[in-house]
Ligand binder design. Structure first.
Ligand code: GLA
Ligand code: ZN
Length: 674
């Protein structure tokens, strides 16, 4: 649904900051936006200083003029609340608004996304500004959404946060004894006697840096701090949300998320969002699978099964080490890839390139030259023309996934706080291994959380399910018992939601489902590996090798080297009507491709289409039909064999079964199944 039921087209536009420009420039902006078929602007993202010069004064004069001008010019508005950066006077008069970093250093005024989430001043003034804005602009019928703050994130270790953390813990545990038990404080005599003994886990207390990563001596308290910090920031979002909802109940509310952003548990956040919007800034060397995986994560956290692409650069970023230009056709390709994975609006950061401070070399629709004959402007305009023509073709389309990959923020935090077995163990890497295998075979995937239903999927993959929360084993058990195919990996089923080991042998509560007992884990350094055979081909066993015993499962493959040579590395267990696989090590891309191809075939999983290497096929279905997005991520021409009769929606051309569609490098086709 995204921007709402009344919007029957893919909205197209971006962040627009006319307050940074003299008014003569606005007319030029309007002319150029019209030429580019832009129909939506995100306004007012960083204007708190201008809107509220002191405690009790609000000044909306300039914003009034902008709002009027934009409305007269027929643009829709996503209106931001401006609370992503606080004004200087507020920092001077209410220093509680300033954050304290992990080393205990209290920040001064500067930067952005800089307010302490437990600051009384922030919690008072931010929702107040949101309410003032809602009151003032509630009758503008071109406002299609509210955009709260901007890219919420970070963390704070100040005294207000410390006090709030104690309250959070009281609510969570009820008694100090329960909390001590959960943190296992008998270790090193860390027993807390009083709630006030609790201090934040930071570099002054339990944290330290080793091997270039942030480590903790007490995972339990650090994990709870992560949950608390995500909740604290979410409360700030909710305060603004409620303030606005009271006044404009019918306008949907969002905030721009950031994909795999570790500090905030977006699955929890999504419950409080009317729709999902997010900012996609892939690094130049990110594979298409990684970009798609981010979109699928963002799509999967909300039951609308779609999102708004709130920001992407039309050409270049300014903040990466090497800010490589998007090549001709690349912005269009990435835009359609977003659409293929659930985007119902395509927006840029930003419309006009700024002249000062750190983003002056960040790409924009209108660059410093201010002309419409630039490569970037032409590409923006061409895409705008296409999207306008496509109208509501694939709008609100759903992704027909039969495969789910589990992603759980608590597990993410816990895996990467784990002291041992390996610093190389990264949750996203494990997920990427399996996601990429599905992506390469054009198998649509939902990325789901622990609250989501499993029964609708033919295959569920839970890579590196280190933390198996109480009751989740039962969910997996009944899924497999009823015929599902479940896959998990090394270092799974180890701890509960408090990061306390489930005694009795690994993988804990998953042992009966998997039919194995893992006795030891061998962590291999970067240049060492073991090996195994699968379907007559040899593959490496890297990073972590689980050494296990069969307890009912069948061994699919064994290690070939070292003292555990001949013991199982891959197992498969019949459980009820279903099958549970355990992949006891990390291997290479070829292996995952092969294994998943076999599992997809055996589980009768649907592939969108057969395509040559480097050409993605993704699908979205709505009441207008079934739409297959073909995305040529390579620079070469590719021929794709048609297995049905289609209409290509961008050109309107019909293509018949047996014909071959020739696609240029970086080209896109949207096939409607006839
Ligand atoms: C983020 C922010 C924008 C801008 C862009 C630049 O996504 O939300 O304000 O800073 O990055 O890439
Ligand atoms: Zn704080």
């Amino acid at each position: 649904m995204g921007y709402g039921k009344n919007i029957r087209q893919i909205l197209y536009g971006g962040d627009y900051n006319p307050e940074q420009w003299p008014e003569e420039v606005w007319a030029e902006d309007m002319r150029m936006m019209k030429e580019a078929h832009i129909n939506i602007v995100t306004l007012n993202v960083f204007s708190w200083a201008a809107l509220q010069p002191d405690e009790n004064t609000y000044n909306f004069e300039k914003l009034d003029r902008i709002m009027e001008y934009v409305r007269e010019n027929g643009l829709k508005v996503c209106l931001a609340t401006s609370t992503g950066a606080h004004p200087a006077w507020m920092a001077r008069k209410h220093p509680d608004i300033l954050r304290t970093d992990m080393n205990g250093i209290k920040r001064k005024f500067g930067g952005r996304h800089n307010s302490c989430p437990n600051s009384p001043a922030y919690r008072k003034y931010a929702p107040r500004l949101a309410a003032e804005l809602a009151k003032r602009y509630k009758d503008y019928d071109n406002i299609v959404a509210w955009h709260i703050s901007n890219e919420f994130g970070g963390e704070c270790y100040c005294e207000n946060c410390e006090r709030a953390f104690r309250e959070w813990l009281k609510k969570e545990y009820g008694t100090i004894e329960a909390m001590n038990k959960s943190f296992n404080t008998d270790f090193w005599g860390h027993t807390f006697y009083d709630w006030d003994d609790v201090v934040l886990p930071d570099n002054r207390t339990e944290h330290f840096n080793a091997f270039g990563i942030d480590r903790t001596m007490f995972q339990g308290i650090s994990l709870d701090y992560r949950r608390f910090n995500s909740d604290s920031i979410l409360e700030c979002y909710e305060l603004e949300y409620d303030a606005i909802k009271n006044i404009t109940p019918d306008i949907p509310i969002t905030t721009n998320l950031m994909g795999f952003y570790k500090p905030l548990d977006y699955q929890k956040w999504a419950q409080q969002m009317d729709f999902i919007s997010w900012d996609s800034y892939p690094a130049p060397d990110d594979e298409p699978a990684v970009v798609a995986m981010n979109h699928d994560l963002m799509r999967g956290i909300h039951d609308q099964d779609s999102f708004v692409l709130m920001e992407q650069t039309p050409s270049v970023t300014n903040w990466q080490p090497y800010n490589r230009l998007k090549r001709p056709g690349e912005m269009r390709l990435l835009s359609y890839q977003a659409a293929a994975h659930g985007a119902d609006a395509i927006q840029f950061f930003q419309i006009r390139r700024t002249v000062g401070a750190c983003e002056k070399y960040h790409g924009a629709v209108i660059d410093h030259a201010g002309r419409n004959d630039t490569r970037v402007f032409r590409e923006v305009k061409e895409l705008g023309t296409e999207l306008e023509k496509l109208g509501d073709t694939f709008l609100e389309g759903r992704t027909p996934s039969e495969v789910a990959i589990l992603y759980d923020w608590d597990n993410w935090w816990a895996v990467e706080y784990s002291a041992g077995p390996s610093v190389r163990m990264k949750y996203m890497d494990a997920v990427k291994d399996y996601y990429t295998a599905a992506f390469e075979q054009n198998v649509p995937v939902d990325i789901i959380g622990v609250e989501d239903d499993l029964s609708k999927y033919k295959v569920v993959i839970a890579p590196l399910l280190y933390m198996t929360k109480t009751g989740y084993d039962e969910k997996i058990r009944s899924y497999v018992r009823n015929g599902g195919t479940f896959i998990t990996t090394y270092f799974s089923g180890i701890v509960n939601e408090h990061d306390l080991v489930t005694p009795g042998g690994y993988p804990g509560n998953l042992r009966d489902i998997l039919g194995i007992w893992v006795e030891e884990q061998d962590a291999l350094p970067e240049n060492e590996s073991n090996l195994f055979f699968y379907e007559n081909a040899e593959y490496p066993a890297e990073m972590l090798c689980d050494i296990m015993h069969l307890e009912g499962a069948e061994s699919v493959s064994c290690y070939e080297e070292d003292f555990y040579r001949g013991t199982p590395v891959i197992t498969k267990n019949r459980f009820g009507e279903g099958t549970a696989w355990y992949i006891g090590t990390r291997s290479d891309r070829k292996f995952y491709h092969r294994l998943m191809a076999d599992i997809f075939r055996d589980s009768d999983v649907h592939h969108v289409m057969q395509t040559p290497d480097g050409v993605e096929a993704s699908e979205r279905d709505n009441e207008n039909g079934k739409f297959i997005f073909l995305l040529n991520h390579t620079n070469e021409e590719k021929d794709i064999l048609m297995v049905d009769n289609y209409t290509e929606m961008i050109t309107g051309r019909g293509i018949k079964t047996g014909e071959s569609l020739r696609m240029n490098g970086k080209d896109v086709a949207i096939l409607k199944v006839e």
